[in-house]
Structures are given as structure tokens and as C-alpha cells.
Design a protein around this ligand. Structure first.
Ligand code: ADP
Ligand code: MG
Length: 357
């Protein structure tokens, strides 16, 4: 009896289950199939889109009297944003731009500096202090005197140089609380060329980071910031030029190629911008203490620093200071590293590289 009951209840339950299945089948309409198909296609599309690699963009152009090359991974081009930030740097620091803040300062006009100028000014003054005046943004009148001499075949004599040196000196300029620059002598002229390119690289790199870009290489006139990976998924490969005199050639020989990431680098070299006069190679880097173009065994200084502006300023400073003083600064400032190419007594190239290279 009990067994029968059990069997019948089992049958009942089977029936009722079949009944549910019938109801479900009868409710399944063609539009359900369409919706399901749409859902599956949509899911595949999203998965495929997420798997499509984000492309690398490439931008090139002119800035600060030189060229820039920028490679970065982003869905769309950020060229308008790049041009906007470079224009901002130009309006603040370019001596080629007659309306820039630095040009107005150089004409002794009443101008309140902007935050870009103040950042570059503060860094320049700090580097002047650390290098005991080897780096000096007031050196322009000497650069001009030597440049004029080069171009006209007559070099300035020591009397001319001494009279110009009276109004050279980073200690004789300061910014007041309102951001106005004060000169102790109205003949003083500022020139931030030795740091502005590096600063421009930093500003573009910061703009890219603010757009969420993490893989990029920004280069302006040889000053570089690299971040993350290159399009091949590796470190960026950055060439250091050989300081060889091949000014007639359009492409330069490379001394070495460094695999780099997440760093800023700048190079100064006496092969980059110089004149031959009286059998001597006169570079555009001036020793503010002597008033003369630098001449020593250091041929090229590539510096790595937390920011490209700092790397740029120290690369120029090292060219003024020479090998031994550059090494001293490197050992007292662990955040700086360098790759220095110099000539030994026989005139052969030698390299000094920071230990962690
Ligand atoms: P580059 O990258 O072309 O080698 P630098 O960064 O070394 O250039 O800057 C060189 C420029 O800096 C010169 O053209 C001159 O305008 C300026 N300059 C020259 N001597 C000094 C100096 N001692 N301190 C600061 N700026 C200098
Ligand atoms: Mg420099």
C-alpha cells in the first residue's frame, strides 16, 4: 500500500515536471532567439574590442627652433593638446618669440611672470648654486658676443669680454613676491635655452600622463622622456650620438644604444653647435667664470635625472665643468646619472658611465 502510494506520487511529480517544461516551451518565442543571438554577438564584440591593442600614435613638428618626435599609445591623436602645451612654453620661455615673457623681461618691460617661467627660474637658480655658477641663465650677452665674432670672423678681445662680464651673474637676478623679475643691471639678459627644451619635454610628458597615457617617448631636439614600453612591448631604445666631427653628414653615428624606461635624459655636446676659429673648435657653451667658450676633454654629457629640465640643465653644466667636477657632482647627487664621453691624452674616446648602467 505504502509502496503503491509512493509510486503514484512519483508519477504525479513526473507529470507536473513535464507540465512545467511544456509551459516553458510554449513561452519561448522567436524574439527570444533574436535577443539571445544579439546578446552573444554583443558579448563577442566587446571581448574582441577589449582585445584589440590600443594603437601607437606618432607626432612630429617644430618647436623652440628645433624638432620634436613623440610616440605614444592612445586611442586617438593628442596633437592639438601637444601643440597647445608647447605654445604655452613658447609664450613663456622662447627668445625667438618677441611676445614671450622672457623677451619682455629682456626689453625691461613691466611683466608679471607665469608659473612656467617661475618653475624654470627656480630650477635654473638651484643648478647655478649647485654648480657654483657654471650654469647661468644670464650668460646670453657673452653667447651673443662670441656668436657675433664667429659669424664675422673676428673674435671678441679680452677687453670686450671683461666689460660684458660686469653684467653677468645669476646672483644678480631675483623674483619678487608678485612674480616680477628684478635685475641689478638693466643690461642683463636672460636665456633659458639650456633648460627650456628639457622643460618642454616634461610638460608634454605630464600632459600625456594626465590623459592616462603610460607608454610614450617624448623627444625635443635630443632631450627625451620615456615611459612604459615601446610598440614592440620592450624598453625604449635610445641612441647616444658619437661626438665625432661629422657636421657635413645629415645622420650621426651612434656611440651606444641604451634600453630605457621611466626616465628623463638630456645631452649636451661640443659637436652639436660650434664654430671652427683659428684651428679651435668653439662651442656655444660659455664658461661664465672666464667669459670664454668651454674647451676641455669632455666631448659630450648625457644626463639622466628625475625631470628632463634638470637633466638638460646639468648636461649643459657638465660641459662647462669638465669631467672631474661633473663626477664630483654626480657622487653628491644620487638622483643624477650620466654617460660622459671624453677624449684621453691620445685623443681616443673614452666613456665614464654611472655605476648602475
Ligand atoms: P644643446 O642641447 O644644443 O647642446 P644646451 O642645452 O647645452 O644646448 O644649451 C646651450 C645653450 O645654452 C647655448 O646656446 C646658450 O644659449 C646657453 N648657454 C651657453 N652657456 C651657458 C651656461 N654656462 N649656462 C647656461 N646656459 C648657457
Ligand atoms: Mg642643456
Amino acid at each position: 500500500m505504502t509502496e503503491e502510494k509512493n509510486i503514484s506520487s512519483q508519477e504525479d511529480s513526473t507529470k507536473s515536471t513535464n507540465g512545467k517544461a511544456d509551459v516553458v516551451a510554449s513561452q519561448f518565442r522567436p524574439w527570444h532567439i533574436a535577443a539571445l543571438a544579439l546578446f552573444i554577438i554583443g558579448t563577442i564584440f566587446i571581448i574582441r574590442r577589449n582585445n584589440t591593442p590600443i594603437p601607437f600614435q606618432k607626432e612630429e613638428g617644430a618647436a623652440f627652433g628645433t624638432f620634436y618626435h613623440i610616440v605614444y599609445q592612445n586611442k586617438e591623436s593628442l596633437q592639438p593638446e601637444i601643440q597647445a602645451v608647447l605654445a604655452e612654453v613658447d609664450c613663456s620661455l622662447s627668445m625667438f618669440n618677441q611676445q614671450s615673457i622672457i623677451s619682455q623681461i629682456n626689453r625691461n618691460e613691466d611683466v608679471v611672470t607665469d608659473s612656467m617661467f617661475r618653475r624654470v627660474f627656480a630650477l635654473s637658480q638651484e643648478v647655478s648654486k649647485v654648480t657654483n655658477g657654471a650654469f647661468d641663465i644670464t650668460v646670453a650677452p657673452l653667447v651673443n658676443a662670441w656668436g657675433f665674432g664667429f659669424k664675422h670672423g673676428t673674435l671678441p678681445d679680452s677687453i670686450a669680454i671683461d666689460s660684458i662680464r660686469k653684467f653677468i651673474g645669476w646672483q644678480h637676478i631675483s623674483l619678487d613676491a608678485e612674480g616680477r623679475l628684478h635685475k641689478e643691471d638693466p643690461r642683463m639678459v636672460l636665456d633659458c635655452s639650456a633648460v627650456a627644451k628639457g622643460f618642454g619635454v616634461d610638460v608634454v610628458a605630464d600632459m600625456l600622463r594626465s590623459h592616462g597615457v603610460s607608454n610614450f617617448m617624448v623627444e625635443i631636439g635630443g632631450e627625451i622622456v620615456v615611459n612604459g614600453q615601446n610598440p614592440q612591448g620592450e624598453k625604449w631604445k635610445v641612441g647616444v650620438n658619437s661626438p665625432e666631427d661629422d657636421s657635413l653628414s645629415t645622420s650621426r653615428k651612434l656611440q651606444t644604444i641604451l634600453p630605457l624606461t621611466d626616465c628623463a635624459m638630456a645631452t649636451s655636446g661640443n659637436y652639436r653647435n660650434y664654430y671652427e676659429a683659428g684651428g679651435r673648435r668653439l662651442s656655444h657653451t660659455i664658461d661664465p667664470h672666464s667669459g670664454y667658450p668651454v674647451q676641455h676633454s669632455l666631448l659630450s654629457a648625457t644626463v639622466f635625472a628625475p625631470t628632463c629640465a634638470e637633466a638638460d640643465a646639468f648636461a649643459t653644466s657638465f660641459m662647462v665643468l669638465g669631467l672631474d667636477s661633473a663626477k664630483q657632482i654626480l657622487s653628491s647627487r644620487p638622483s643624477l646619472r650620466a654617460y660622459l664621453i671624453y677624449a684621453d691624452e691620445k685623443g681616443d674616446y673614452q666613456v665614464f658611465a654611472s655605476p648602475d648602467f
